[in-house]
Design a protein around this ligand. Structure first.
Ligand code: ZN
Length: 612
């Protein structure tokens, strides 16, 4: 069973309003968390082989070990790529620390939490940070910070290996500051060393401000994205071909100093989980191999498939997508392979199927696990022979199609249970790429918030400064069961609802009494699942009283449990069990009542763990 997810509404109720702006000079002496408070977060458990910083496992390792790793990276992949890796590693640590401190000190106001970053960085032994000045106004979306670094460990290592040079060398630490502050603010705040001991200064001086306020941020931004194709909008094949030397031009437009109009299908992320998937995508794109994308709904499987097509040698030919779960079983074959006139009642014209339309290009089969066994067999034949036959036709047509599939279930397990053809599974599973859920790449949330804010303000012609602190806090802490798609929808709604010139507040994410986080379902008159009509907006004086007969039935069905605390899976399982009980186990009838095809319902039932 999926772990319990806290709804966005619940999270937002817990957020208190802390001042949206402040400056380092206003920090009261002794404001929590102090150095003492933070030190108490660090726990050594030597007998157990673990060190903890609050809930996160830490490592105590030799500074010279990091120096050795750095050196290997520089020697093996060159300075630019090594710098990128160190910067992203630092970003990861900074973003994690920010999340951890927010969680541990929920009562502290934003100013004190900003000030805690340098303290925790010092506790971890990287560097002593002396704040010169920092100030922020989250309603205006502004931030400026200036810090001095004393005896940076990274400089020690760099100077020991390479001596004094011409470029700053505190890469990981700069990444840390960027990650920490971005995760505090909910937008990308880019730091740069304007002085560094590795260039002969006595100390390092660090300045941070929003990415778009730096004149020439391209290189820093390229370092934040491991993959040059990431974010490139149009014809990327040529750019990709020339990208081996470290193309700095292809950046997510949301992050560019002078952003081009944002396009759909851009991919943004700094986390290792996301970048690992990008690396694999780039490796497989130039080949003809079949690719299988796995991952939860909303993680961007179609976007990855489109990017695969765009950076492949087939990019000039069509990309054709089909969602297998959305096509009725009896129409699947004609949809995939086409139909000849008169093949069946209603086939008044000959029509090409998706295979034919994708000839020379890429065919994307989403939710492949919902294909019937018959359709699976025909798909396998098409893949093996490179030939198809239209329904009702006798001609064999040669097609040259690269098939890319996606699923949110474990196909191997389905194959073992006999619900998915094993031969087809092996044929599809040539090159699997797993896309992580957003909750496993939380450090990407500030980047994605910035990205979507930019995209939707452009698309809808709005002028907005950003997110209010409580909105940023809520979004950064939220688990996003609907993944990137859910975040995208929330930001778009906020962009539309917020007043011009202002910031997106929580109230703009919840409109018309609708809850966005986990859509609730009620049973309609015909036993179909439908979005619950009487769901309540948070903080609007809403009560939890059931408002209608439907809702009362729903309450009874779920044994009085608070539906907002149930996962979508639990709700779905309960609905299905209830319906099956009502029709005495008749799967076809239950499917009809639930508004599903029999195949779709069987598939959902088969997906359950054995013994349930
Ligand atoms: Zn330095």
């Amino acid at each position: 069973m999926a772990n319990k997810l806290i709804s966005l509404a619940e999270l937002s109720r817990g957020t208190q309003k802390s001042p949206a702006r402040g400056a380092s000079e206003q920090l009261p002496p002794g404001a929590a968390p102090t150095l003492q408070d933070l030190t108490e977060c660090l726990m050594f458990s030597p007998g157990d082989g673990r060190i903890w910083l609050n809930g996160a496992r830490m490592l105590l390792m030799h500074s010279s070990g990091i120096g050795a790793l750095r050196r290997e990276l520089i020697e093996s992949m060159g300075l630019a790529r090594a710098r990128g890796i160190m910067l992203r590693t630092g970003y990861h640590c900074g973003a994690r620390d920010a999340a951890l401190i927010k969680e541990r000190f929920p009562e502290s106001d934003t100013l004190a939490l900003f000030a805690a970053g340098p303290l925790i960085h010092a506790i971890e032994g990287a560097v002593k940070v002396e704040p010169v000045h920092f100030e922020f106004d989250m309603n205006l979306g502004t931030y400026y910070g200036e810090f001095l670094w004393h005896h940076s460990s990274e400089d020690d290592e760099h100077i020991a290996q390479y001596g004094i040079g011409t470029e700053p060398a505190c890469w990981m630490q700069t990444g840390y500051a960027t990650g920490y502050t971005s995760a505090m603010v909910g937008r990308l705040i880019l730091y740069r060393e304007v002085e560094c001991r590795s260039t002969g200064s006595s100390i390092c001086r660090l300045i941070g401000k929003p990415a778009e306020e730096w004149d020439d941020a391209e290189e820093d931004l390229a370092d934040l994205n491991a993959e040059p194709f990431v974010g490139s909008g149009g014809s990327t094949a040529a750019r990709h071909a020339s990208a081996k030397g470290g193309d700095k031009g292809a950046l997510p437009s949301a992050l560019q100093a002078d952003p081009a109009p944002a396009q759909d299908g851009e991919m943004v992320g700094i986390s290792s989980a996301f970048n690992a998937a990008c690396h694999m995508l780039r490796r497989v794109a130039p080949t003809q191999a079949t690719v299988l994308f796995t991952g939860e709904s909303g993680v961007g499987k179609e976007m990855f498939a489109r990017m695969l097509h765009r950076i492949s040698p087939r990019s000039e030919a069509p990309f054709v997508a089909i969602n297998c779960a959305a096509i009725p079983e009896n129409l699947m074959e004609s949809e995939l392979f086409g139909v000849e006139r008169g093949a069946f009642t209603g086939a008044t014209q000959s029509r090409a199927g998706r295979f034919e339309r994708a000839d020379g290009g890429t065919l994307f089969l989403d939710e492949i696990a919902t294909l019937s066994l018959v359709a699976q067999g025909k798909l396998l034949r098409a893949l093996q022979e490179g030939e198809i036959e239209r329904v009702g036709g006798s001609r064999t047509l040669k097609v040259d199609v690269r098939v890319v599939a996606a699923t949110n279930v474990d196909l191997r397990a389905a194959a073992q249970r006999g619900e998915f053809r094993e031969d087809l599974f092996f044929r599809l599973n040539v090159f699997p790429i797993h896309l992580p859920p957003l909750r496993e790449r939380k450090e990407d949330i500030p980047l994605l918030m910035t990205h979507f804010l930019h995209r939707f303000t452009q698309r809808h012609g709005r002028q907005l400064s950003g997110f209010t602190p409580r909105t940023a806090d809520t979004l950064l802490a939220y688990d996003f069961p609907g993944n990137i798609r859910e975040l995208q929808n929330l930001v778009e709604r906020g962009v539309i609802s917020a007043p011009d010139g202002g910031a997106i507040d929580l109230s703009h994410l919840f409109t018309s009494g609708e809850r966005l986080a986990q859509p609730m379902f009620s049973i309609g008159v015909r036993g179909q699942l439908a979005a619950a009509p009487n769901d309540q907006a948070p903080g609007a004086g809403a009560t939890s009283e059931p408002a209608s007969a439907d809702n009362q039935a729903l309450q009874a069905l779920f044994g009085g449990k608070d539906l907002r605390r149930l996962s979508l899976q639990e709700i779905e399982d309960t609905m299905i069990d209830h319906c099956l009980a009502e029709v005495k186990g008749n799967v076809s009838e239950a499917a009809r009542r639930l508004g599903l095809t029999r195949a779709q319902l069987s598939y959902r039932l088969s997906r359950r763990p054995a013994g349930e």
